[in-house]
Design a protein around this ligand. Structure first.
Ligand code: NAP
Length: 252
């Protein structure tokens, strides 16, 4: 039977993996999306949408759909689904590859302030500036809601929901973004400080270059840890190589 690969998606890496796998004759690929984005772009192969119902639900799905290998290509901050994927794959005996693009590193001239969480990022803001560009996504704005004396420009793909800070302007946009565009945006809104997750990758890194150019401080929220024992693949090519190795293992 054609090998069936489940890709846990929501990232550009997941999209590239689905395209690469769907192009292979005799491979079936299904991408799973959480359903957070109302109009996800087209994906190669099959697509399923919505949670599985925890570790048990995912394990059951792997069994029922005769999945031969799983790739967790979810966002570095989607720690819940990654933990579930590793546990469910182990329970069912399905090989699993976790893809994590490397985090961003500060360069000369950067004024980065690492934060362990969104709450810690919020605590730092009053000492760093009054006009904040918040790019941590539409979820988790509650952590910033008490900061009613600050002005927030919130950029997200989907409209954020309350609670959020009293003075909030929302900008709906999806990357990739350019350094020119980001610099113009920071200037236009007279931004004092940028807040970002350490998402990594090129699609949303232009804001960091723009902040450096303008000498602005950046609060960088650190990634949650990977489950114990997981050594991630850094990119799509490495994930495909590891998948190939596990799918060609005898006795699979
Ligand atoms: P999360 O906290 O790790 O996951 C919460 C629950 O959502 C999971 O337990 C699972 O529900 C469901 N879920 C998450 N990803 C799923 C997927 N790909 N397919 C099916 N169910 C999924 O995740 P999150 O941070 O809310 O992120 C949700 C999705 O958005 C992820 O797929 C991620 O790649 C994408 N995303 C997240 C961020 C971010 O900053 N967190 C940024 C960009 C994109 P069940 O337990 O019911 O299975």
């Amino acid at each position: 039977m054609a090998p069936h690969v489940l890709v846990l998606g929501g990232t550009t890496e997941a999209r590239a993996l689905a395209a690469a796998l769907a192009a292979r004759p005799g491979v079936r690929v299904t991408t799973s999306l959480a359903g957070r984005v109302s109009r996800p772009g087209a994906l190669d192969g099959d697509v399923r949408i919505g949670g599985f119902g925890g570790v048990e639900g995912l394990a059951e799905w792997l069994r029922a759909e005769h999945v031969d290998a799983l790739v967790d290509a979810t966002h570095p901050f989607a720690a819940g689904i990654t933990a579930n994927a590793v546990r469910a794959a182990a329970a069912v005996g399905v090989p699993a590859v976790v893809v994590r693009r490397p985090g961003w590193e500060p360069g000369p001239g950067d004024r980065w302030h690492p934060a362990a969480s969104l709450a810690e990022a919020a605590d730092m803001l009053p000492t760093l500036g009054r006009r904040v560009f918040l790019t941590t996504g539409r979820l988790g704005l509650a952590a910033f809601a008490p900061l009613s004396e600050l002005d927030f420009l919130v950029r997200s793909v989907e409209p954020p929901e309350p609670p959020m800070p009293r003075h909030t302007e929302v900008l709906l946009a999806r990357g990739p973004f350019t350094v020119e565009g980001e610099t113009a945006l920071l200037r236009e809104h007279r931004i004092d400080v940028l807040v970002t997750k350490d998402s990594g990758g090129a699609a949303t890194s232009a804001k960091l270059t723009a902040a450096r150019t303008l000498g602005l401080p950046v609060v960088v929220v650190r990634r949650p840890p990977l489950p114990d024992g997981v050594a991630p693949a850094a990119d799509v090519a490495e994930a495909l190589a590891r998948l190939d190795a596990s799918l060609s293992r005898p006795g699979r």
